[in-house]
Design a protein around this ligand. Sequence first.
Ligand SMILES: [Cu+2]
Length: 150
Amino acid sequence: MKFLVFKKETLLFFVAIGVVLFSLSAWFMLKAGDITVFNQQGSKDIREIHMVTAEFSTKLKNGKEMEAYRWDPGTVFLEKGEKVRLFISGINGEEHPFYIEGTKIKGTVKKGEETVVPLQFEKEGTYRLICEVHSDRSHNGPMIAYIVVD
Ligand SMILES: [Cu+2]
């Protein structure tokens, strides 16, 4: 009789351990699932790159003024297929209408405003982000940024 009671208690003990282990593993699995979902929905998948429009200007001894507009940074690096949001803030210069060579992407960066350009390149290469009004030295440029994809 005493032996049977002991056996019952032992059984209950193992059942209790089992319940605790099951609960713990279920909790860990649910928690892991939550983290995965969070990563997929978060902004982690789309990298942000921030750029500004900048201006160099100087006054020569003869009183002549010179200036040059730039995208800053002038070179950005992307992985092939990577999703990126390019934020361009208009700091110097009233307006910079631009296009990205070899793509249909175009837009305008205005002073005091932020232009968001979604980027994703399936082909490796160097793509030039060109300002149409400051495209070369004779137009106060070259205002060209290089998007390097590999
Ligand atoms: Cu420009």
